[in-house]
Design a protein around this ligand. Structure first.
Ligand code: DGJ
Length: 748
């Protein structure tokens, strides 16, 4: 609900949150509240919120009618630098080499119910009963610019979605150097800046640091959101915990270069902002042209980091990803990559498929190496035609054989890339991202295609569509294995478009290809991937309901990657595979039981040589798959809860999924390293997601009330102590224990 409380105050509220904007005396907008719902505000309460305290902390005054007014005192909704505030602003413009010190003043407000889902560009969506957008129109009279600040509130979420549209109403071109998407003002610095960072094979590990005067920022300049940093950030109140206290999250619906930063000023006030990274970005706005920023999603929780994660999950599954994926069971995948790499024949793949099918797998995903003459990673990208050596009778016949076995068929593509030896490069040498310098950097032996050029997008679409038609494909794994260097486009040069528009236009090209594919083949399940988890973001999730989170599927490593990722993304988005032991990335040996206990949370897959399995291992896999199928909805769409914190130094990890009706839970407990002589009869803290007045059975044995679970805890597995040989349940390194907790219908 959006209320205009008087001619200067806008209150967006629902039963979960309130967000309040105020038109300041100089006509600019400030953000005066975001947090718990404040419904039915009285006039006195409004005065209390708006009244200024500690006026004129800043040294430079900026308002003709009030000699004490200074912007630096105010939590500006869309901050500008250069008048009476010296912090970094959200927008920076120039024209004819001269900087603009903008002064956007409020003119009018409009509201609109409903927000469409449009495949051209990733945005959040909601129907008319669910969402309402407040648009505040601001004008900078002197420079003849219009800026519209858009804020959307959804009925079932604490999310506030922000974006902005700038229109050049003057007669001269102007340059946008910075135009960020999301702004959050906090009145103190009592927060930890938490981000999810790492590298290839160790994506999205939680890292946090207390805010202090100055700027802390993370971001990417790699052309993709990146392995190194993720656009999801959190501000955790220093008194918050997993389940209690105030936490804010920000994320960007975008897959390219981004920045997320928090600046604490000399009065300990915090300004958090997120948006397209201003470095390497410069956009020319001709007269009458507009530029709209990608959306930023701000989220609030007063129930700790678990509460925030659940808000994000609900929001992303209902207002970002196509809703049909909420109810469509995700297939259990067999992926041949780590089973074969490039070394396969159709015959070998069919024997793998036969075993996979027998064990209960549902979709065969043919990974890299099926096209051109690609026997290693140095060849054929861009030539999306079948390798007849590997598939003598063609792909359609291979697809039919799988179909006749009762398997779905998925295929790997790396649409944005091109190999130096490809036919495509011979035909279109100007389709490559390449500076006129003689130098061109190679990554994994490949170049990047110029997706800012619509002809390139159309050409790749045609090749992919031909394969989809030929094979009746239902699943695509869309990979992206290198980042962009020496960014430059021959196409932009021809169009006389500034080269620093390239990165944004490239991302728009990626979205255009996604949009074309899903318009033509709406039921395709496209799994996102970028050399593992190098593009795990809301832009990709808009099109791809699940993403390959990392090339590292070692069970121990996945503990950190899963917890870090699910702090801001849904369990249903996290493709989780069981791979071989020793693991191919860290050479660690772990039991199949441990690997399956980690991988069964999220959409499940197997990626190991099934021909090398022992009978006992096959038995273990088919039993686990049967269990997974019986509880698939809970394991992909249940409420995911981090029960013990998962920081790099934590040895014991515990998480769980709870059914929404509170009747069932599956809990995973993991021990990285055995410790000598651990405590006997210990309890794990148990979160409040079951019914306290009902009884539950654990693994078909012990019965316990919801009340005891909540107030006493869940008995920890009995760890090996050196003397309890007859009774221990877990011993040794890399061990796990699964609790299946089910409400007993026969008890009160
Ligand atoms: C990187 C991906 O993350 C892997 O899963 C695999 O698809 C390879 N690329 C194939 O080249």
């Amino acid at each position: 609900m959006i209320e205009q409380l008087n001619d200067r105050l806008f209150h967006m509220s629902n039963p979960h949150t309130s967000f309040i904007l105020h038109v300041m005396q100089n006509g600019q907008i400030e953000q005066i509240y975001y947090g718990k719902p404040l419904r039915g505000l009285t006039d006195e309460e409004i005065d209390y919120l708006v009244a200024e305290q500690n006026k004129s902390a800043g040294t430079v005054k900026f308002f003709e009618d009030d000699s004490n007014f200074t912007l630096t005192d105010h939590p500006q909704a869309y901050p500008v630098y250069g008048t009476s505030d010296f912090k970094e602003g959200a927008i920076e413009l120039s024209s004819n080499q001269a900087p603009y010190y903008t002064d956007f003043r409020f003119v009018e407000a409009t509201t609109k119910k409903g927000k469409a889902r449009n495949l051209d560009c990733p945005t959040t969506y909601g129907d008319k009963e669910e969402s309402e957008t407040l648009s505040l129109r601001l004008i900078d009279q002197e420079r003849q610019l219009e800026l519209i600040l858009h804020y959307t509130l959804f009925c079932d979420s604490t999310a506030i979605v922000q974006s902005q549209t700038l229109t050049n109403q003057s007669k001269t071109d102007l340059q946008i150097h910075r135009m960020l998407s999301g702004v959050l003002n906090l009145s103190t610095k009592a927060y930890d800046f938490t981000h999810f960072s790492g590298a290839w094979l160790k994506e999205r590990h939680e890292k946090k640091r207390p805010l202090e005067q100055g700027i802390v920022s993370i971001g990417s300049l790699k052309g993709a959101s990146s392995h190194q940093h993720n656009p999801f950030i959190r501000l955790d109140h220093q008194q918050s915990t997993l389940d209690h206290g105030e936490v804010y999250g920000l994320n960007l619906v975008y897959s390219g270069n981004f920045i997320a930063q928090a600046e604490v000023d000399e009065w300990d006030k915090t300004r958090v902002m997120i948006g397209i990274h201003p470095s390497q970005f410069r956009w020319t706005l001709a007269p009458e042209d507009s530029f709209t920023t990608p959306e930023a999603v701000l989220m609030y929780s007063d129930a700790g980091t678990n509460g925030l994660a659940q808000h994000f999950t609900h929001f992303i599954e209902n207002h970002l990803i196509d809703r049909k994926w909420r109810d469509t069971p995700r297939p259990i995948v067999f992926n041949n990559w780590e089973a074969t790499y490039f070394d396969f024949t159709e015959e070998k793949l069919l024997s793998l498929a036969t075993i996979g099918k027998h064990l209960g797998m549902e979709c065969f995903v043919l990974d890299d190496g099926w096209f051109g003459k690609r026997n290693n990673d140095r060849s054929s990208l861009g030539d999306w035609t079948v390798d007849k050596q590997k598939f003598p009778t063609g792909l359609a016949s291979f697809a039919n054989k799988l179909k006749n076995m009762g398997l779905q068929f998925g295929m790997w593509f790396e649409p944005e890339m091109i190999s130096p030896d490809s036919q495509l490069l011979k035909q279109h040498p100007d389709w490559v991202v390449k500076h006129p310098y003689s130098r061109i950097s190679v990554g994994r032996g490949q170049y990047v295609l110029d997706f800012s050029n619509p002809d390139v997008v159309a050409g790749i679409y045609e090749q992919m569509a031909a394969i989809i038609e030929e094979t009746n494909l239902t699943y695509i794994k869309w990979d992206m294995n290198r980042n962009i260097t020496e960014a430059y486009s021959a196409y932009l040069e021809k169009q006389a478009i500034h080269q620093q528009e390239f990165f944004h236009r490239y991302v728009q090209g990626v979205y255009a290809l996604y949009g074309k594919l899903l318009t033509a083949y709406p039921d395709l399940l496209i799994e996102g991937c970028a050399g593992g988890g190098g593009r795990y973001d809301l832009g990709i999730l808009f099109y791809s309901p699940q993403i390959w989170p990392s090339d590292n599927s070692d069970g121990v490593e996945r503990l950190s990657i899963l917890s870090g990722t699910l702090a801001g993304y849904p369990l249903s988005s996290f493709s989780n595979h069981v791979s071989a032991s020793p693991n191919h990335q860290v050479l660690r040996e772990t039991s199949l039981a441990f690997r399956q206990d980690v991988a069964m949370f999220g959409p499940l897959g197997y990626e190991l040589d099934l021909l090398a399995l022992t009978d006992e291992e096959k038995q273990q896999i088919s039993e686990r798959i049967a269990f997974y199928k019986a509880h698939r909805h809970l394991l992909t769409h249940g409420k995911f809860v981090q029960i013990l914190p998962n920081r790099p130094y934590d040895n014991e990890i515990c998480w769980g999924v709870f059914s929404h009706d509170r009747s069932e839970a599956i809990i995973g407990f993991y021990q990285k390293m055995a410790r000598a002589n651990p405590a006997a009869k210990a309890y794990l803290p148990f979160p409040d997601y079951l019914k306290k007045d009902r009884y539950y059975q654990i693994n078909g044995q012990e019965t316990v009330s919801g009340n005891l679970l909540k107030n006493v805890g869940l008995k920890k597995p009995r760890l090996f102590t050196g003397v309890n040989h007859a009774t221990y349940q877990l011993a040794g390194d890399c061990q796990s224990f699964i609790y299946h907790i089910v409400e007993r219908k026969d008890t009160k």
